[in-house]
Every structure is written in C-alpha cells, then in structure tokens.
Design a protein around this ligand. Structure first.
Ligand SMILES: *Cc1c(COP(=O)(O)O)cnc(C)c1O
Length: 413
C-alpha cells in the first residue's frame, strides 16, 4: 500500500527544492572529453562547452587506446560473466589486471570490486571487530564512513589533516587490539593531499595500520603517477590502498583494494561486496589493463595534467582570484557566498566554460566555491580560455584582487 510514505516523500522533495538543494542532472550529448556538448537545463538548445568538472584527470575516458582495448575485450572475452568471482566469474584477464595493479603500486596483492564504494564498504567489517579501533579523518569520503558503520570497531574521528588530533586519538585508542588510521589521499573539495609521511610515522609510533583511499590521486599525483603515497614519499609503506577505475584510470567503473598479502587474501574470503556482487565486466578489465600499461610505459599524461594545473593556478592567481594553494588538479576558486558561486558558474557556462559551484552542506558553511578540475585532455588553449572567461566574469562581480573579508563584506556569507 503506497500511501502515507508517498505524501511524506512529496513534501520532503518540495522542501529540498525550496532549500535550493535539489540536484538537477545535466545531459552530455557527446563522449566525456575536454570539449563537450551539454543540454542544460533540460529542453534547452545544446551548448558547446569546455569541461572543467569531470574526474577525467588523464583524459582517458575517450582515449583511442582505451576504446580499442574495450572493443577487443568483447571479441576475446565476451560481454558479461553472469557470476560472482568465486563461483564461475574469474577470467584470466581479471587475475592479470590484479597483478598489474599490484606491480604498479609495489603492493603484495589486489582485489577488484564493482566500484571503489564497494571496496571501502567491504574493507573494515571482515578485518575488525568490537575489540578494534578505526581512526578516521573528519572529511573522509562517504564510502569510508559507510564501510566503518558496517563494522563493530570503535570509531575515532580526527579533525581533518590535523596531526596533533590524530595523535591524541591514537593515544586514546591504545587499549584496542588493532588500530587503523583511514584517510582520503586527497580531499575532493579542497585538493589538499593528506600528510601521509606524518600519518605513517604516527602509525609506526602507536602501532596502527594505515589505509588510504586514493580515488582522486591514482595516476595523477606523485612523480610517476603512483598517487598520494608516492607524492608523500611513502610508496609501499601504506598497508591498504583503495581506489577507483572510474576517475583517472579510464572513468568507466570499477574499483580495487591493494596492499598486504594476508589482508587481500582475507578480503577474497570474507568481503561481502566481493562475494555477493557480480564480476567486473571484461570490457572494463581489458581497458584498465591497457591503461595501466600506458601509465607504466610513460608519465606523459600525468606530466601533462601537471603542466595544465600549473598554468591554470598561475594564471588565476595573477588574475586576482583567491584559490586554495597546492599542486593537485582540483583547484577551488573561493567565493564564500553560495549565490555568488551559482551566479558565477552560470555566467561561465554562458562563456563556454563548464564548472560547478559548491556550497553548504557539500562544503563548510561560508566556504562556497567553484571547483575546477584540470585534465591531460585539456590543451593550453582550453586553460587560457578558462582563465580569460573567469577574469571577465570576476570583473563583472568585482571580486578580482579582493580578500575573503572584502568578498564577504560585499556579498555576505
Ligand atoms: C569517487 C570516490 C569514491 C567512489 O568511487 P567509485 O569507484 O565511483 O565508487 C570513493 N572514494 C573517494 C575518495 C572518491 O573520490
């Protein structure tokens, strides 16, 4: 009987709309790339825009080699496996991809999942019980939070990136049987990279394991694109890394956990999203093998996204924007006011620059921003077009060269 809940849901949906929090989807009419055609709002004539809001960091979503490998997979390995891995769902290429990921990251072993969300969802419960402690960064991704919820271990939340608070929580958790520190490799709204060198040192001092979710870093940062562990000089020293095949590594879907031998073996025995969910498609697997081979052969793409990031950060700083400093291709342009972030994003769209404005509750109150994401799929002409459009719109709203206080004085928080 679809009765009372229907009325309640309708009311709730109206209140989401009234609060301005209703998520509208924008229709992309082309493959994912730097230059795309977008229909937004629904029913309006399509616009040609440069995409600065995808996680397509290496430009591989529509790369010819990736597409070719995906086509080939259909011919050699079929479409689907119609089984979970341990019943009759593992092909040679699944094992090959797991081995290649382990070699790439200098780890003992790797286990594939349908998504990084599943890798995180199925990580903690098989390893930890109520005798144990999980020490987690306050800004960690929803999938880490959910994974921890599914497990009976005690949870300690430390202030984001705050090593003194992490140390305090590690001390509090000394009575537990096992301790594990869990963090995002980079925080996706800020582009801030976790201080893994310090986290690994603290974990050593207080006898804790370490876990990093490197979804926004894999293939992207570090001298050879190995991610946050390489960037922080602790490659091979983090016990567990989870990540996605759905961002830099081709962008279709899929995820994995890579790390210590016994941990990966136990996950294969006990991790519920692995045991009770279908095998990753052969298409994704073979395309991902091609991606790892490309990234092993050359750092060209990772170097290109780095050069694009430097050019954009330098140009935007010179133009007088308030950007969060760093090296990551996630570049937050701070605007502080929610409406201002929406107005500027809309005007930029009119200039052919596709970016998204974020505000509370996605980011902290009074910390509204536009998040720009650079890609190796961009050419310098795209970057320069974006800087010119931002400058034009920035002038219109009179925010260039203005401090946080001045912007807030003019527009409010
Ligand atoms: C995107 C993301 C995920 C989810 O990855 P999927 O493979 O799309 O499920 C998990 N963790 C972090 C930190 C992410 O940014």
């Amino acid at each position: 009987m679809y009765g009372k809940i229907k009325d309640d849901l309708q009311r709730e949906l109206v209140s989401i709309r009234e609060a301005g929090l209703f998520k509208e989807e924008r229709f992309i009419l082309t493959p994912q790339a730097a230059d795309i055609r977008v229909e937004y709002p629904e029913g309006s004539p399509p616009a040609e825009v440069v995409n600065f809001c995808a996680n397509n960091y290496l430009g591989l979503s529509s790369h010819p080699k990736v597409i070719e490998a995906a086509h080939e997979a259909l011919n050699t390995h079929g479409y689907g496996m119609s089984s979970v891995r341990f019943i009759c769902g593992t092909q040679d290429i699944h094992r090959q991809l797991e081995q290649k990921i382990s070699e790439f990251f200098h780890t003992d072993g790797t286990i594939l999942y349908a998504a990084c969300f599943d890798a995180n969802g199925g990580l903690f419960e098989p390893l930890f019980t109520k005798e144990d402690a999980i020490i987690t960064d306050a800004l960690n991704h929803a999938s880490i939070i959910d994974g921890i919820r599914l497990c009976k271990a005690s949870r300690y939340i430390y202030k984001t990136n705050d090593m003194a608070d992490l140390e305090a929580k590690l001390k509090e958790a000394q009575g537990a049987r096992y301790r594990i520190v869990a963090t995002d490799g980079a925080f996706s709204m800020d582009g801030t990279v976790a201080q893994l060198d310090k986290i690994v040192a603290l974990a050593e001092k207080y006898d804790a394991l370490t876990m990093v979710d490197d979804a926004h870093c894999t293939g992207v940062i570090g001298k050879t694109g190995r991610g946050s562990t390489e960037y922080c000089g602790v490659l091979g020293q983090v016990d567990i890394i989870t990540s996605t095949l759905g961002k830099a590594l081709g962008g279709a879907s899929g995820g994995y956990t890579t790390g210590r031998k016994e941990i990966i073996e136990m996950l294969r025995q006990r991790s519920r999203p692995y045991l009770f969910s279908n095998t990753v498609s052969s298409i994704v697997v073979k395309a991902s093998i091609a991606v790892i081979d490309m990234l092993t052969a050359t750092t060209e793409l990772r170097d290109k996204v780095e050069a694009n990031t430097k050019r954009f950060r330098k140009g935007m700083t010179a133009a007088g924007f308030d950007i969060k400093p760093g090296d990551h291709p996630i570049v937050p342009i701070m605007l502080y006011n929610a409406k201002l972030s929406q107005d500027i994003a809309r005007d930029l769209y009119g200039e052919g620059i596709y970016v998204i404005g974020f505000y509370y509750p996605v980011v902290g109150r009074g910390l509204a921003r536009i998040r720009v994401q650079l890609s190796a799929g961009h050419e310098f002409k795209h970057i320069d077009k974006a800087i010119a459009a931002f400058t034009k719109i920035g002038k219109k709203y009179d925010i260039l060269g203005k401090t946080k206080e001045e912007i807030i004085a003019k527009y409010g928080e």
